[in-house]
Design a protein around this ligand. Structure first.
Ligand SMILES: Nc1nc2c(c(=O)[nH]1)N[C@H]1C(S)=C(S)[C@@H](COP(=O)(O)OP(=O)(O)OC[C@H]3O[C@@H](n4cnc5c(N)ncnc54)[C@H](O)[C@@H]3O)O[C@H]1N2
Ligand code: MOO
Length: 418
């Protein structure tokens, strides 16, 4: 089929992502940073590199409950005491032919070089010439010199780099930082995202509906997708389909990092967002992408630094645009580096079709099967179907004009870490 005039100017999804990445790189956007207690830093992004302050582990420690001894001593050892986790190092120093009982995490005496787990040891009681009983450890199997010891500094050495600037602080990083005694960290300030909705028919959710009006579902649903510890959402409200008011909304909010508008980006007589954006000084990067839903998306940047996404008003289109385009830019601003969304391949649990001439992004849910994880395409009545969007666990990318039998491998979106 011939492509229409406007289709010729549409770009592919890959090109849209390339332009977003390029706009980010060219912006040189650098956000400030602040100090905070480590307890509050989950989900924030390091604003400065952190180096190791301590060796980790800080001392040679036993990896097993067992006995510590000199490996060359042989398999019959006199037990001279017990070392527990938390005991100071070298309180007991067994000599050749001797051993200590040792617990997991306890300091290994520097006079020993081997730990054997208690399951491999038989304990016997003998009596000395004075008639006093003492314990002998008899090793049941082969002796492996040097075994079961976590060496000082084997995980990290004091002075080595620990995490670079731009690292997202997740559970692992909290543990890593605390292992170094780090109590306060420098983190990047939150990325400020303004969400505004346009449409004469759209009513804020705290007002009653008149005939022909609809609730502003987009404002909260998009905030829900973008919400993250490194993000601050600013709800800017509902604006009428009016060029001057849309322009004013954009002009007064260029102190924010990202503006997300929904509605008013298509061909209607009241679709003012692209024109309002340009009049407010935003430089367009693209308008309309070969995809469904979400085709009429608009993207640009203000010389003062604010990025603007004009997403379609249809709720599902706005959500798909947020997942594909807004989230990667926000993560780039938060971490300092742009990464395209990652896709994995998974078999379809049920057959489906894409009758559109554009790539189609269907909602999907993960379905475990005896042969592995599959993805089930979810039915939808179209891009206004916000109700069924609530069942979505991922996006499935379906190539244009094709039918897909069950078991066909398809591309499935992996979420960005938050
Ligand atoms: N002649 C053409 N018409 C349309 C085209 C086209 O190419 N040529 N594209 C269609 C596609 S695809 C989409 S998507 C929509 C996008 O339209 P707009 O971005 O201009 O959005 P609106 O017209 O303002 O609204 C669309 C739809 O969504 C509802 N809406 C708007 N805001 C909200 C909100 N905050 N919460 C809930 N629902 C909202 C609105 O009432 C409309 O029903 O254009 C097609 N038309
Ligand atoms: O692109 Mo519209 O988003 O198909 O409904």
């Amino acid at each position: 089929m011939e492509s229409s005039g406007q289709e010729r100017y549409m770009i592919e999804v890959e090109e849209a992502l390339r332009l977003i990445g390029q706009a980010f790189e060219h912006s040189g956007a650098l956000v400030g940073s602040e100090d905070m207690a480590l307890e509050a830093a989950l989900g924030r992004v390091l604003g400065a590199p952190v180096d190791c302050r301590l060796d980790h582990p800080g001392f040679d420690q036993s990896a097993m409950d067992g006995i510590a001894f000199l490996g060359a001593s042989g398999g019959r050892l006199r037990v001279v005491g017990t070392v527990a986790a938390g005991d100071p190092p070298d309180q007991l120093m067994p000599g050749p032919g001797e051993c200590v009982r040792i617990m997991t995490g306890a300091p290994v005496p520097s006079s020993t070089d081997t730990v054997e787990m208690v399951e491999q040891v038989r304990f016997e009681t003998e009596t000395d010439e004075a008639g006093n009983p003492y314990e002998i450890a008899v090793l049941e199997g082969e002796i492996h010199g040097g075994r079961h010891i976590r060496r000082q500094g084997e995980n990290a050495r004091a002075g080595e780099p620990l995490y670079p600037e731009g690292t997202l602080v997740r559970a692992g990083e909290l543990g890593g930082l605390l292992s170094q005694g780090v109590r306060r960290v420098r983190v990047r300030r939150k990325i400020r995202i303004g969400i505004a909705t346009t449409g004469d028919e759209v009513v804020p959710y705290h007002r009653p509906l008149a005939p022909g009006q609809i609730y502003n579902t987009n404002a909260l649903a998009l905030a829900g997708l973008l919400e993250a510890p490194s993000v601050e959402i600013v709800q800017l409200g509902v604006f009428p389909d009016d060029l001057a008011q849309t322009r004013a909304c954009l002009e007064v909010n260029t102190d924010l990092d990202v503006l997300v508008l929904t509605g008013g980006v298509s061909m209607g007589r009241f679709d003012f967002v692209p024109e309002a954006a340009e009049r407010a000084g935003f430089v367009p990067q693209f308008h309309k992408v070969r995809m469904k839903p979400g085709k009429p998306v608009w993207f640009g940047r203000h010389p003062e630094g604010t990025f603007l996404f004009g997403l379609p008003g249809n709720p599902v289109s706005a959500m798909v645009g947020t997942l594909l385009y807004v989230t990667p830019l926000v993560r780039a601003l938060a971490t300092g580096s742009f990464r395209e969304p990652l896709w994995t391949t998974m078999p379809l649990a049920t057959a489906c079709a894409n009758r559109a001439r554009f790539p189609f992004f269907a909602g999907g849910s993960f379905t475990p099967t005896p042969t592995g994880l599959c993805v089930t395409p979810l039915p939808t009545s179209g891009s206004g179907d916000v109700i069924r969007f609530s069942h979505w666990e991922t996006l499935i990318r379906l190539p244009p004009s094709a039918e897909f039998e069950s078991d066909t491998p398809v591309q499935v979106l992996l979420p960005f870490p938050k």
